[in-house]
Design a protein. Structure first.
Lengths: 197, 197, 197, 197
DNA sequence: TATGAATGAGCATTCATTCAT
DNA sequence: AATGAATGAATGCTCATTCAT
């Protein structure tokens, strides 16, 4: 009786075993050969579980995003002021050194999506964004309900997400400091958006 | 004695003759051979006036940026309400079909800068941004002085530029409509920033 | 499971199939395309077995050297007078028309090593020399032991090898005849080195 | 009345002004543009005085050789033992740090001659050698006449020149020390060649 | 006599993907 | 199910030399 392997699990295992590899080499310099070697399988086998290189890179980045999302959610659930939550929310990617490498990969992913926009990539990218928007939207909506922010604040959720993308892109140029920019924007917005009582 | 050519002018001419070529092929698929052919010179001649492929691509994109900047400046000088100016300012790149192709090239340029951040590229990129910020900053500053906007509005100039970058990146995904996003953001900001009298 | 090939053997086969090609074109004008075509494989395949062009050229030259070395060794083992052996030993490369082409390639190799001295090349070059020295050293040592040559003769082994290199370089200028020069040197040395009884 | 320039003199001046340039860059990386610039003339002008790049490089190397030759001649004329003279003669190129750079250029010249043996180059190369042989021949001949060396010694002059070329080639590999090799060879030869009285 | 603008040939190398076994 | 051997397209850049002025 042949060993029945759980396709889904093996797929995940291969991807997981290559997280560090991706962080080290970046997307472009990651080769299928390396992946196969680190995962301890043949190159052909990789293609049994992933349709192409993009596919496996997605899987790995996806695992980063999921982690990130989880942390973001935790922030949104913590006991702290709305203001505090929002600052922490947007700081997360830039504050924690641990995420610096992941951000670098994510930035590379954005760049690739910009020049080779496969349907697959775009969908994945949209999905990532939606999650960010959902969580930050929740925080803002709560604040509005509590009467801490004016109702118009809800319209800032999507712009903030777009700003966030812009920040990821521009931050690399070192002409600006991400955390300062976030602070500047949020400080200003709070002055404008806080409900006068 | 040989004819002395105006190096600066010939450089510009070669670049100008390749604008369409760049718009058609994009940065990556533009070859030096094509450039030389279209410019009507030898490949070696191209390298007399440009140090490498990047250099000539910069020059062409630069000519796009300068035009764009000029249009932006014209908008800032027009006789119209501050609000109108700002909307037109941010619409420009997305409103006019003529700029769609240029935007595509600029997006590709951003993507390349993200993955191969040569000093040259980054500086060029920062310079482009500065110009946008300078002009939009002027519009906002005027509005504040006229008492149309609250003083905090000036802190929104840089965030708006970053938002703009984000918009250029995200717009391509077709999950959002750039003009709608701009409208949404500006509408909301104006409600928040307009001085109550 | 795919066919497992003997990497070492295939490597040798590719190199062997290109011996004539190298002799015809020389190192500089040998292209990877030609190699792949003559070897009957794709260009990429060549790079599966060799890390770069240098690598394959080494392999081929190495095969020439090994042959040469073998012949030299045979000479050293033959039944003939020490004098005869030594003359034949140094004549070999210049005497046999068959080796003319190989010498030309080897000369080109030396020239390349002189201007682009990669560690790899230098080591290979040193190794080649060592072999020559080992064999000729053996012949001389035997002659000394038999009392045919004075003891000082052993110190001539290394100088003779250096002289040999010089001869390979100078011979090409056609201002001198390699065999005559060898005869001249050896004749003189034998007069000086032969043990007076 | 137009300025009559001494063609020969201007030619020499251009060459002389580029000695340092050649020592710094080496033959291959020396460009006509650099030469023209350093000499303070136009590129076309360089070709008025030299037929090609080889030609000017010859001229410069020639000036090095002439200097070297002069030093060698001085050694041959000095008041010292024949033995001493010969050691100094062969040491000169390797002993003096000042000549290290020149030797490097000369080595490069040899390498180029080996792969692109233009008639011009070969002739020049032969000429260089002749000079060395003439001077060393003189020293040896004198010694023979004085009865210091056996008559056969005269046959070692040409071999020594070839050995010298070999040494220049091999020395670079750093597998041997030029001065040690010279000492070894000369020591041995003197034992063999000195006239027993 | 002096000049400098114009030229153009030529080649190594990588790696995702396939498919025969 | 697993594998790994084979593949091949595609492009920037240099610099000696010429010759019109």
């Amino acid at each position: 009786m042949p060993t029945i392997v759980d396709k889904e699990e093996k797929r995940r295992n291969i991807a997981l075993s290559c997280r560090e590899l991706l962080l080290e080499h970046g997307i472009k310099d990651l080769t299928i050969s390396q992946i196969a070697q680190v995962a301890g399988v043949g190159k052909g086998t990789v293609y049994e579980y992933f349709s192409n290189k993009e596919d496996i890179v997605f899987e790995i980045i996806s695992s980063f995003i999921m982690e990130h999302e989880k942390r973001l959610f935790e922030i949104s659930e913590q006991e702290m002021s709305t203001k505090e939550k929002i600052y922490q929310f947007y700081f997360l990617f830039f504050d924690d050194d641990m995420y610096k490498k992941q951000l670098k990969i994510y930035r590379e992913f954005i760049a690739i999506t910009m020049t080779n926009p496969s349907k697959q990539m775009i969908e994945f990218s949209i999905e990532c964004n939606s999650k960010i928007i959902a969580i930050s939207g929740k925080i803002i909506a709560d604040a509005i309900q509590k009467g801490e922010l004016v109702e118009e604040a809800i319209h800032m959720v999507q712009p903030l997400a777009i700003f966030y993308t812009g920040l990821i892109v521009e931050e690399q140029k070192s002409a600006l400091n991400a955390k300062e920019e976030i602070t500047n924007l949020l400080d200003t917005l709070f002055i404008l958006m806080e409900k006068k009582r």
